[in-house]
Design a protein around this ligand. Structure first.
Ligand code: MN
Length: 241
């Protein structure tokens, strides 16, 4: 197994580097003339049903959002990655951190893939309130109160003109920050005006809420706070330190 793995790695590296492997190469016939796809990004199955976030997010919105919108980002990311990664095994996080090196297609769909995977895990059915602990302490010491935190994140979501995301993230000084990004950008990207490690992200594209809320983004944002998986957010904070 290890031998095969090493051999595959050698083939990939050799192809990437453009090195001839010898007169009688051992590249399998089917791979000749093709780049090897080492980074097939996939959607993680949702850990809850499409209807599990009712009444705050309706089942049809969840189904279309996950199976159509998010699925398209993942598919298009794979297409872009095959063309641009040249067979190198690059994680989505590393690609986003150096996104200025890649095409707009990779930026939009890599961001779209990462943000949606992140978004699904940021929510849960019957979410408990934020419990006492490190995250609550950090939120209160940074934003003075939970209410103030909520007001500030809501403001970021409401003032994002057009499509984008509102974020709670941790900056390079390890401070909690709130901000927003346009389109499918996020704070990991080197091109982003806000930079850091995302802890919580809110999708404010109309496709995330229009069927139920139409133009009422504020109502969607307000109800979304009932869905936050605080334990997941706290884990992200712990892992970022
Ligand atoms: Mn979305």
């Amino acid at each position: 197994m290890k031998h095969n793995h090493e051999r595959r790695k050698f083939i990939q590296q050799s192809i990437s580097a453009g090195i001839a492997i010898g007169a009688t190469t051992f590249i399998p016939e089917v791979l000749k003339g093709h780049e090897i796809q080492t980074t097939p990004f996939t959607q993680t199955p949702l850990s809850y049903g499409f209807n599990a976030l009712e009444p705050h997010i309706d089942a049809l919105t969840m189904e279309i959002h996950y199976t159509k919108h998010a699925a398209a980002y993942t598919k298009n990311l794979n297409d872009a990655a095959i063309a641009e990664f040249k067979g190198a095994n690059i994680s989505i996080e590393d690609a986003l951190k150096n996104i200025s090196l890649y095409s707009a297609k990779l930026r939009n769909n890599g961001g779209g893939h990462f943000n949606h995977e992140f978004f699904w895990k940021s929510m849960m059915p019957n979410a408990p309130q934020l419990q006492e602990g490190k995250l609550k302490d950090a939120i209160i010491s940074t934003f003075n109160s939970l209410e103030n935190f909520k007001a500030k994140l809501s403001d970021a979501a409401m003032t994002r003109f057009g499509s984008g995301w509102a974020w709670l993230y941790i900056d390079d000084k390890k401070l909690l920050q709130i901000g927003s990004t346009p389109n499918q950008d996020n704070p990991l990207m080197d091109v982003s005006s806000i930079k850091g490690i995302p802890l919580l992200g809110l999708d404010v594209w109309e496709h995330a809420y229009y069927l139920k809320y139409q133009n009422r983004r504020a109502e969607y944002v307000n109800n979304w706070f009932n869905l936050i998986n605080w334990k997941q957010v706290e884990e992200r904070m712990t892992n970022s330190r």
